[in-house]
Design a binder for this molecule. Structure first.
Ligand SMILES: CC(C)(COP(=O)(O)OP(=O)(O)OC[C@H]1O[C@@H](n2cnc3c(N)ncnc32)[C@H](O)[C@@H]1OP(=O)(O)O)[C@@H](O)C(=O)NCCC(=O)NCCS
Length: 200
């Protein structure tokens, strides 16, 4: 069994949400489990070539997907899937560290299947990640997006992220030309820590 979040009332192992897209399509949002391996491989098989660059890993590798499924650790990487009729149609992750100076941060990534874009699914996924981040007592979510990816910047902005910084030349495009990266942040909780005994 995977460890639950810090919030004792919130259990990732049983977390699931039934919801609808703008067009009424019913979908289920829930954390990935090991049995999702084959469905996730099928989902990533459909990634358009122009999008492969925006993914950090080589998702065409069955070995990689098997590794993810076998070594699921929600405390490090929490993958949330959107499922329609048993098929995965979007995958979003929160990466975090449970100790050190960044314990309160989550880094997010989202990938929506090309057939389900522009119907509000990306927005729903970002909202779901924000709700889960709140329940996990994270304070900020961070997304790093190439400044050329206007659809992602729009989607994150609409879901409450703000442009915190632009880092020039941080990434490379497909022709190896430098790309500016926008660092977008959403404050999911105030930075104040009630449990800390401030001694002013
Ligand atoms: C970016 C991405 C997640 C958006 O998902 P989506 O489901 O298409 O987005 P939504 O339908 O929820 O749209 C959210 C908002 O973003 C904007 N948007 C979405 N796609 C857009 C596009 N192609 N052009 C302009 N704006 C767009 C819309 O304004 C929309 O607001 P609305 O509700 O007022 O229409 C999706 O395109 C994707 O998976 N891209 C590849 C991976 C990627 O770039 N991930 C982001 C970096 S982590």
């Amino acid at each position: 069994m995977l460890e639950a979040g810090i919030n004792p009332e919130f259990d990732l192992n049983t977390s699931r949400k039934e919801t609808r897209l703008k067009d009424g399509t019913r979908i289920l949002l829930r954390p990935m489990v090991a049995e999702d391996k084959d469905a996730l491989y099928e989902f990533f098989k459909d990634v358009p070539r122009e999008d492969t660059r925006s993914l950090r890993d080589d998702v065409s590798s069955i070995l990689l997907i098997e590794k993810w499924a076998d070594k699921l650790d929600y405390d490090k990487t929490l993958p949330i899937l959107a499922i329609k009729d048993g098929k995965i149609i979007a995958d979003a992750t929160i990466n975090r560290r449970r100790s050190g100076w960044k314990w309160h941060l989550g880094t997010v990534r989202i990938f929506v299947h090309k057939d389900y874009r522009d119907v509000g699914l990306g927005h729903l996924m970002i909202e779901e990640l924000s709700e889960i981040a709140y329940k996990l007592e994270l304070e900020k979510l961070i997304a790093e997006i190439p400044d050329t990816n206007t659809s992602a910047i729009r989607a994150f902005t609409k879901a409450g992220f703000y442009r915190a910084a632009v880092i020039p030349n941080l990434a490379k495009d497909r022709e190896n030309m430098p790309l500016d990266v926008v660092v977008m942040i959403k404050d999911v909780r105030p930075a104040h820590d009630d449990t800390y005994n401030y001694d002013f």
